[in-house]
Design a protein. Structure first.
Length: 283
């Protein structure tokens, strides 16, 4: 039995879809905080279980009988260390034979603020003695393409990434990678995963302009100004700080990559930026 956590989230759903192409539904279980949101998966024969990272008692039943577990990291930044420790302990009690964790690109050395909790989680998993695989995912293309409306409205993308390159890939690419690790021989313990086609924010703006038929420019701002723009748009200060930090680290090359490891793992090229923009614009 393969159990996938975060089954109702963007990535978890895509992983289950990828697994269904390889395995019978009866061999897959989806764990979610709210199983009601996974009725469609249950209708297809996937077992749906309740798993709330903040309620360890739910994890013990969610992981029962799991041979392999995909541990999708929590979305609750600041609470991940304790939540993730509970997941690792429950996986150990369940006797999981492989714990695959969705981490962040180059977690051990990354200067991104978001990397800190991933690094702690990796250390917790190593200390547990469980067989593991770290799926160190780079940025998602959807981080940039899912909310293009403001850029199209104002004719500008803003940020503090300067000319830094972003080796992003689509969620579906990372989902296929997770499915490959969960269903195949685990040849490595750490997978550094990123897209084949790194781009700058200026190149993103140019691609959006080309496909939308409307000029969209990239305006690079000092970090303090970018933070003010984000909070002025209604984002919480803590979330805005993380976005600004990410851009600063992009400028330093923290999200660039040229290893091609994701491409090799999934056996195909990763999704190009132009394809993701086309999908987002409904072209």
């Amino acid at each position: 039995m393969i159990v996938v956590t975060g089954a109702t989230g963007h990535l978890g759903r895509l992983v289950i879809e990828a697994l269904l192409k390889k395995l019978p539904a009866r061999e897959i279980a989806g764990a979610a905080r709210n199983p009601e949101k996974a009725k469609d998966l249950a209708a297809r024969g996937v077992e749906v279980r309740r798993a709330d990272y903040s309620k360890p008692e739910t994890l013990r039943t969610a992981f029962a009988g799991a041979h392999k577990l995909l541990f999708v990291s929590s979305s609750e930044v600041g609470q991940r260390a304790s939540q993730h420790a509970a997941v690792v302990q429950a996986a150990k009690e369940a006797g999981v034979k492989l714990l695959a964790y969705t981490s962040i690109l180059r977690a051990e050395t990354s200067r991104l603020a978001l990397a800190a909790e991933h690094k702690v989680t990796e250390e917790t998993i190593r200390a547990s003695g469980l067989p593991y695989a770290f799926l160190r995912n780079g940025w998602y293309l959807e981080n940039y393409t899912e909310n293009l409306a403001p850029a199209l409205q104002h004719g500008a993308l803003v940020g503090s990434a300067n000319g830094g390159r972003i080796a992003a890939a689509a969620r579906a690419d990372y989902a296929d990678a997770a499915a490959a690790v969960l269903t195949g021989p685990v040849e490595k313990k750490v997978y550094e995963l990123a897209g084949d086609h790194p781009f700058t924010m200026s190149e993103l703006a140019a691609e959006v302009s080309r496909q939308a038929g409307k000029l969209v420019a990239y305006r690079d701002l000092p970090p303090d100004q970018y933070r003010a723009v984000l909070t002025g748009a209604g984002l919480p200060a803590s979330y805005a700080a993380l976005l600004v930090d990410a851009d600063v680290q992009v400028a330093r090359g923290e999200l660039d990559d040229s290893t091609g490891e994701l491409r090799r793992l999934i056996g195909r090229p990763t999704t190009p930026l132009a394809t993701a923009v086309r999908a987002a614009l409904g072209r």
